[in-house]
Design a protein around this ligand. Structure first.
Ligand code: BG6
Length: 303
């Protein structure tokens, strides 16, 4: 058996013979579902997520580009909406490849490529950020694993600055029993404490109130980034690996913030998600004319 890929009404679903599946909306190239062969859903998607292309999708893996958070007013991204335009633009499906090229059997994985370029943006958006770019977003589904890779190309004759992030809403059973390992001694900016910088002291980050932090863990000696491990009730549930993405945002809005979000349902859903968002957001990446950049992360399910 081979992987199957169906695209209808701007929603793509790919399935492996093993039963693993992924769903991607062309709106935002947002992954909205990732299931492994036992049928478990590993991404949180709000029941009130707006799926008609009028608002970024609440849940799954929205893409953040070219700015993370509210854009600084004096920056070239200053007129853009929070988190940029990638998550609220329609992307095109460029095609699938079986990844024999990645050294696996053809039926073991499927790679889905999505594209967004400056010419595809609404004119109003293009006027706010008038650079020539090409994005290729590749989603690779393997048994028990989902890989997300962004390739950014500067196709114009001016350099531009950008930030990029994979805003993954991981589904967890109970946030109060969830922990993240691998952040000890990492510096972080705490957005709920006036964006001051702290150093993580705990080997296991746990959750008991609103959490909104950007961690920049130091790379290890051979320059690799240490994987993060999400645990639930003491058992490993996800391993998150990164390449070319120095930062990780850890976000849970907690009860009151989530209650105030019109597109977040059920209202107690804050207990059942944790955003682990690999990215390059603590500084700007400058891309010269003609240059390209790549960042990759992967989520492995351990349950
Ligand atoms: C996180 C930010 O990445 O995204 C939070 O760190 C923010 O501050 C959250 O609240 C959700 O953002 P939005 O724009 O999707 O509501």
């Amino acid at each position: 058996a081979q992987p199957t890929v169906d695209l209808s009404d701007n929603v793509l679903t790919a399935r492996l013979p093993s039963g693993d599946s992924v769903t991607v909306y062309l709106y935002g190239a947002t992954v909205t579902s990732w299931k492994t062969s036992n049928g478990s859903e590993h991404l949180f998607l709000s029941q009130a997520a707006v799926l008609d292309g009028s608002k970024p999708i609440r849940g799954g893996i929205p893409l953040v580009f070219p700015v993370f958070g509210p854009p600084p007013k004096s920056h070239a991204t200053g007129q853009l909406p929070q988190h940029g335009f990638a998550r609220n633009s329609y992307w095109e499906f460029l095609g699938k490849s079986s990844s024999e090229s990645l050294g696996r059997k053809a039926d073991d994985s499927v790679k889905l490529d999505f594209g967004l370029s400056s010419s595809m943006l609404d004119e109003a958006v293009r006027n706010k950020w008038p650079y020539e770019f090409g994005l290729v977003y590749s989603v690779t589904l393997e048994k028990g694993r989902l890989e997300c890779q962004m390739n950014v190309q500067n196709k114009g004759d001016q350099p531009f600055d950008f930030q990029c992030l994979f805003h993954a809403y991981l589904a967890v059973k109970d946030i109060s029993k969830t922990a993240v390992k691998g952040l000890q001694s990492s510096p972080y900016v705490d957005k709920v404490r006036s964006a001051q910088t702290f150093t993580e002291s705990s080997p296991e980050l746990t959750f008991s109130s609103e959490t909104d932090r950007v961690y920049t863990p130091p790379a290890s000696k051979d320059n690799t980034l240490v994987p993060l491990v999400v645990t639930e009730d003491g058992a490993d549930s996800f391993v998150v690996t990164r390449d070319g993405l120095p930062d990780v945002t850890v976000w849970n809005g907690w009860e009151d913030k989530i209650k105030a979000m019109g597109d977040f349902e059920p209202k107690d859903g804050w207990k059942r998600y944790l955003c682990i968002e690999p990215g390059s957001v603590s500084s700007w990446t400058k891309l010269e004319a003609g240059d390209a950049w790549e960042g990759t992360c992967a989520f492995e399910s351990k349950l």
